[in-house]
Write a protein that binds this ligand. Structure first.
Ligand code: TXA
Ligand code: MG
Length: 339
């Protein structure tokens, strides 16, 4: 395990040299490379088995660097930057030519964020490079929020892993693009629509954040089309505005089944689920913040338990709940039972 450590100078040498490094951010871990070096960025696509039409977020450490990677920074974007950076918000701008075409997937736009994590900021600063970094996981799998999970999945292809402990937020950044003066949310996250409404009243949540995208349908963000966050185990979300209905439905599904079942529910529901030897209960915690930090590691656990099926409690579509549901619905490949 000598590839894991906390040596930022060593990690930055790899970045400058055109190699790839796993590093912590406040949302999830990133697998990063110099965003101006095409060959280096290609290594990320290979390591993750990422579809080449899916562009990568560029991480910066200060506003000077923003001006090197993006043009046409409008007034609304400036307000968002002022309120939310450093933090879990990625903003899409027109890209400058120094950013590799494989980072932007040739779209001419670039998603940028300034992470709120001292290791990430230091790595970018010492490397003096904008760092392109998707989440540190094989494409379509749950994102990596602890170094052990990521090491297991990506060890052979990555030069160095910076261990920064468990990710604080646990789900990826909110992605937005300002179009005709309106903030379009393309991926919900910790910065919620309610938070953005404090900056501007012109905000919309793209309907594809929570709904299935049909083949040939146009999307504002290529990531909306791809399979995401999914363990190998089949997952089904159980949703209701009535808390008790969710527990009752899960118990009904467990009853009479000999399958190896995983159940993911909040702490207050753990004791209400029928206890059986073929049922593993995964406690998602007490608050939306806690669920957010636990959701990806819990999805990985389901595979380790060799479950045949996993039932996941649904959450209300407000504040952080919307971002959590975006991940759950995709992990379930849109299989949802409403009760
Ligand atoms: O929190 C995060 O955002 C993490 C950490 C590592 O910073 N990164 C992350 O990257 O989640 P990734 O690649 O897993 O997700 C990036 C999402 C994708 O859905 C991609 O399609 C979208 O952002 N995206 C990136 N650049 C874009 C662009 N120019 N236009 C539209 N969508 C873009
Ligand atoms: Mg990802």
């Amino acid at each position: 395990m000598n590839k894991i450590g906390q040596d930022i100078n060593l990690a930055s040498k790899y970045i400058i040299n055109g190699d790839i490094v796993v590093f912590p951010t406040e949302t999830v871990y990133g697998i990063g490379a110099d965003a101006t070096n095409k060959e280096a960025v290609d290594k990320i696509f290979k390591a993750k088995k990422r579809p080449v039409d899916n562009p990568i977020i560029v991480h910066i450490c200060d506003l000077e660097m923003l001006n090197k990677v993006a043009v046409n920074i409008g007034e609304i974007e400036k307000k968002l930057i002022h309120k939310f950076w450093p933090g879990p918000l990625s903003i899409i701008f027109k890209s400058k030519d120094c950013i590799s075409l494989n980072v932007t997937a040739g779209l001419g736009s670039v998603a940028v964020r300034m992470p709120n994590n001292t290791i990430a900021l230091e790595l970018i600063k010492v490397s003096n490079k904008p760092i392109a970094a998707p989440s540190a996981n094989i494409s379509s799998r749950p994102s990596g929020t602890c170094i052990e999970d990521i090491y297991e999945e990506l060890e052979p292809t990555v030069s160095y892993f910076i261990d920064g402990g468990n990710s604080e937020v646990g789900i990826e950044s909110t992605v937005v693009r300002v179009i005709d003066g309106v903030v379009n949310i393309l991926r919900p996250g910790k910065i919620s629509i309610e938070d953005i409404l404090k900056v501007t009243d012109k905000v919309i949540m793209d309907d594809k954040c929570l709904n299935k995208v049909n083949d040939n349908e146009q999307v504002l963000s290529p990531g909306m089309k791809h399979r995401h966050y999914a363990p190998s185990t089949k997952c089904i979300a159980i949703c209701s505005s009535e808390h008790n209905n969710i527990v009752n439905k899960i118990n009904e599904l467990i009853n009479y089944s000999n399958d190896n079942i995983s159940v993911m529910v909040t702490s207050d529901n753990v004791d209400k689920i029928i206890k059986r030897s073929n049922v593993n209960i995964i406690d998602l915690g007490n608050s939306l913040d806690e669920v957010s930090t636990k959701i990806f590691s819990s999805l990985r656990k389901v595979d380790k338990l060799n479950s045949d099926i996993c039932y996941i409690q649904g959450f209300e579509l407000s504040e952080l709940g919307t971002g959590i549901m975006n991940r759950i619905i995709r992990a379930c490949n849109h299989e949802v039972i409403y009760v």
